[in-house]
Design a protein around this ligand. Structure first.
Ligand SMILES: [Zn+2]
Length: 149
């Protein structure tokens, strides 16, 4: 299940999932392309979570070197007109394994529709973020395929 307590109000600048400067690290901005950093890394001057660009850079480096799950930025999903589940990513499944997921557009702040393959079956469900990692929860009808051990 997704976390029950909603997160604090996101920063409109650095936590805007639709922004091409969204890096997944609150307080850090960088121009992103297909999930890769292609521009200068700087701190967000709206929320000022970091004292300078160096502190922001250090935090982003720590994030990318310690997290193991990810999803592509949201504009990837809008690249096709239908905004289907076209973003690639990797997430923890309920059995603790990390598998590929195809992710769509958020239907709420907490969860994003997604699907992924397990034992040759295309399981539908949603992804959500907890801490720094992404998690996939399949719909009930697919839950038996990836029971927690
Ligand atoms: Zn911010």
């Amino acid at each position: 299940m997704p976390p029950k307590t909603p997160p604090t109000i996101p920063c409109p600048t650095c936590e805007d999932l639709k922004s091409e400067y969204y890096t997944a690290v609150p307080g850090v901005l960088a121009l992103m392309e297909r999930g890769r950093i292609v521009g200068k890394i700087r701190r967000c001057s709206t929320c000022k979570r970091f004292k300078d660009n160096i502190a922001a850079f250090t935090s982003l480096v720590k994030y990318v070197t310690t997290t193991i799950t990810w999803i592509e930025p949201e504009e990837k999903a809008y690249a096709t007109l239908k905004a289907k589940e076209t973003r690639k990513g990797r997430a923890f499944w309920p059995d603790g394994m990390i598998r590929a997921v195809n992710v769509g557009v958020p239907d709420s702040y907490l969860s994003i529709p997604a699907h992924g393959k397990i034992h040759g079956i295309n399981a539908h469900g949603f992804v959500f973020m907890k801490g720094d990692e992404w998690y996939f929860t399949p719909d009930e009808k697919y839950a038996h395929l990836c029971q927690p051990k």
